[in-house]
Design a protein around this ligand. Structure first.
Ligand code: NDP
Length: 329
């Protein structure tokens, strides 16, 4: 594993993080979830990503159990607030009331005294931003949260947040957007705004939820046990099927497999390595339904790809790369 600073802050993160959306507390049993966490720790991953909303709060509980024997100072534990965690009108959003209640609940489920990076999971247009950042500032002063991040915020929202963070002296250090060979909407606006604000990117879905593993073959049945097969039976709240599970995209993705082989990588490793080539990325969050996937994907750490090689990827995927910054969030 290799390690990077998160934005302009002093916090070090592993350049590959493990996240537990859809997997822990839902798609995989607790034993498998723990085995994935163990595999990550053994591979040198120190940064773990979850959210209160994942698996309706169960994902935090599973992660808290999996990490409870681990020396707290040796890992970075990150979670998020904003999406609904109950049916009450204050069980969502970025109001002071919900942030304070959600943070305390996350701490209990994660069995820890503090969160390393606490994210606003989305922008909340119904709450004054100043109220949100004041609540974050108080959590930081109370020692319950060390650093603040945001997820899927636009460039303008990041700039507003950064101005308030400076005024309130809040350590605002991370942006968590989707980023992969297929989804590059942050490049034009979010990355420059983040760099200006001193934020590092901790990016999600490097495999486009498994599409960039190459295991979905055009015209063939969905592989048993895969996320797409599970979604076909019991939809999770994602857009996998609508977006990329189409023959034209899958045919292009198949062409990346021999390219990856040329440099001794598997396609999942190439997909993770591609994200890591960008200096504004502090860490790539991988997901895994089996420990073997963690062991395979972490081998992307430290891989360098040259310019010509990156251009060949772009040529193969060009028609399907999404770059429109308006699709942020
Ligand atoms: P990926 O794009 O890495 O997809 C992970 C999934 O791909 C795995 O669960 C597995 O699914 C499949 N996979 C992984 N490795 C391999 C492999 N080597 N071979 C074949 N299949 C493989 O990331 P996720 O979409 O899971 O997102 C990662 C994390 O990002 C989340 O856990 C979460 O922490 C964060 N996130 C944040 C969001 C936000 O709004 N801030 C939104 C979404 C995610 P399977 O085996 O079931 O097919």
């Amino acid at each position: 594993m290799e390690y990077r600073k998160l934005g302009n802050s002093g916090l070090t993160v592993s350049e590959i993080s493990l996240g537990n959306w859809i997997t822990h507390g839902a798609q995989v049993d607790d034993g498998t979830a723990k085995a994935c966490v163990r595999a990550a720790l053994e591979a040198g991953i120190t940064t773990f990503d979850t959210a209160d909303v994942y698996s309706n709060t169960k994902a935090e509980t599973v992660l808290g159990q999996a990490l409870k024997e681990i020396r707290r100072e040796s890992i970075e534990l990150c979670t998020k607030v904003c999406h609904p965690t109950g049916s009450g009108h204050n069980d969502r959003g970025l109001s002071r009331k919900h942030i304070m209640e959600a943070c305390n609940a996350s701490l209990r489920r994660l069995q820890t005294d503090y969160i390393d990076v606490y994210y606003a999971h989305r922008y909340d247009p119904h709450t004054p931003l100043e109220e949100t950042f004041l609540a974050f500032a108080d959590l930081v002063r109370q020692g319950k949260v060390h650093y603040i991040g945001v997820s899927e915020w636009t460039a303008a929202q990041i700039a507003q947040g950064s101005a308030l963070a400076k005024e309130l002296r809040v350590p605002f250090i991370a942006s968590q957007p989707q980023y992969s060979m297929l989804w590059r909407v942050i490049e034009q606006e979010v990355v420059p705004a983040s760099t200006q604000a001193g934020l590092g990117q901790i990016t999600w879905s490097p495999l486009a939820q498994g599409i960039l593993s190459g295991k979905y073959i055009p015209d063939q049945e969905l592989p048993a046990g895969s996320r797409a097969a599970a979604e076909a039976g019991a939809p999770f709240f994602n857009n996998l099927a609508g977006q990329w599970l189409r023959d034209d995209v899958l045919i292009a993705v198949q062409q990346l497999i021999p390219l990856a082989k040329e440099i001794g990588l598997t396609l999942p490793q190439l997909a993770v390595a591609w994200v890591l080539q960008h200096p504004y990325v502090s860490s790539v969050i991988i997901g895994a339904s089996r420990p073997e996937q963690v062991l395979e994907n972490v081998k992307a750490a430290g891989v360098k790809l040259d310019r010509d090689f990156l251009s060949r990827i772009d040529e193969i995927l060009s028609e399907w790369i999404e770059r429109d910054p308006a699709r942020t969030g």
